[in-house]
Design a binder for this molecule. Sequence first.
Ligand code: B12
Ligand code: SF4
Ligand code: SF4
Length: 362
Amino acid sequence: MVHPGAIPQAGERLAFWLDDGAHGDMQWMRETQERRASPTALWPDARSIILLGMNYGPRSDPLEILTRKSAGNISVYARNRDYHDVIKGRLKLLAQWLAANAGKPEVKVFVDTAPVMEKPLAAAAGLGWQGKHTNLVSREYGSWLFLGSIFTTLELEPDEAETDHCGNCRACLDICPTQAFPAPYRLDARRCISYLTIEHKGHIPREFRAAIGNRIYGCDDCLAICPWNKFAREASEAKLVARDELQEPSLSMLAALDDAAFRELFSGSPVKRIGLQRFLRNVLIALGNSGDATLMPCVHARLADESPLVRAMAVWAAGRLATPGEFEELDISFGLVETDPDVREEWALGALERMGGTGALS
Ligand code: B12
Ligand code: SF4
Ligand code: SF4
C-alpha cells in the first residue's frame, strides 16, 4: 500500500525516457505522460493505492528453448491466457470486498489498463525493487510477477519501500542480445526484442534480426538470468501455466497458420493482439535464424504473401536459408515482379549479402 505521492522521482525519469525517444513508436506513452507521472493527476480523489503482484513463474528455464532453433520461443507471460483478464478478475473481487467491508469507499482497479507507473509504485509498496533491467524483482518470486493496482478513496497505512538488492550484479545487462540498456536501470525500448516483436508495427530493422534468434513474441532473457530467480516458484494459477502447444511450437506449424487457425491457436492469449501479419513477420525472422535448410519450403510459401510486411521477412529468411543459386532463381520469379519498395529493397540487399556485401543500406 502507498499514498499517491509515493513516487516523486518517477515523473522526471519518465520525462527523460520520453525526451530521449526511448519509447519508439509507443506514442500512447507520450500521450498519457501527465497522468502516468502522477497518480493524483489520474484520479485526484485517490488517497491510497494497493499494489498486487501475481506469480507467473515458469516450469523450466526459458533460456533453454533458445537453443532449439526449429521451435519458436514465446515469452513466458504469453504462453496461456492474457494476464490482464486473469488479474483484473482477482482485483475486482478484492475491490468488492473492500467496498463492502470498509465503509463503502470508491475503488478503481487497473492492470496496465490505465496510465499507471506500476513498477515504481510496487517498489514503493515493498513488493520488490526495480532491478537494473528495470522490472520489479521480488525476494520471494524473482522476476516473475505481474503487477496490478487498486486505487481507493480510503486512507490506509502505507508500507515500507523495498531496497535495491542488485549489488554489483549486472547479469541482466550483459545477457541482452540487442544491448538495449544504455545504462543500468534504463531501457531503450527501440532496441528491446519485446518491443520489436510485440509493439513495433513496421519492418524490424535489419540490425536486430539475427539477434532475435527464435524469439517470436517477447523476450525473457534479462528476467530469466536474474540470480534472485532461485527463490522463484512455479505459477499456481492454472490460466498462467504454459499450454503444452505454446511451450515450444514448431516454426513450420506456425508459418503455415492462416487467420482462422491463428485466432484459434491463440484464443485468449496476448499473442492474438498483434495479428497474423506481425506474428508471421516474427516467425519468418526465426526461420531465417534457424540454420535449417529443410524449412525453406515454409519460407517459399510466404514469398507471395499478400502482406508486404510478411513478404519482406520471407525474402530476408530466404536469403539466409537458400542453397547457392536458389535465392537468385527466386529473385527472378518473385523479385522482378515485386512492386512494394520495401520488399524490393529486401531482394536487393539479400542478393548483395549473398555476394558477400554487407547489405547495410538500411
Ligand atoms: C511500456 C512497457 C513496456 C515497454 C518498455 C519497458 C520499460 N522498461 O519501460 C516494452 C514493450 C519494451 C516492455 C517490455 C516488457 N514488459 Co512491459 N510494460 C510497459 C508498461 C506499459 C509501462 C512501463 C513504463 O512506465 N515505462 C516507462 C519507464 C520510464 O519506466 P520504468 O521502466 O519504470 O523506468 C524506471 C527506471 O528507468 C527508473 N530509473 C531511471 N533511472 C534510474 C536510476 C536509478 C539509480 C534507479 C534505481 C532507477 C532509475 O526510474 C524509471 C521510473 O520508475 C508496464 C505497465 C505499467 N502500466 O506500468 C508494462 C510492464 C512493465 N511490463 C511487464 C513485462 C512482464 C514486460 C516483459 C517482461 C514482457 C516480455 N517478456 O517480453 C518485457 C521486459 C523488458 C524490460 N526489461 O523492461 C510487467 C513487468 C512486471 C514486473 N515484475 O516488473 C509490467 C509492469 C506489466 C504488468 N502489469 O505486469 N514493456
Ligand atoms: S527483454 Fe530481451 S531484448 Fe529486451 S531488454 Fe531484456 S534481454 Fe534485452
Ligand atoms: S540480474 Fe542482477 S542486476 Fe539484474 S535485476 Fe537481477 S540482481 Fe539486479
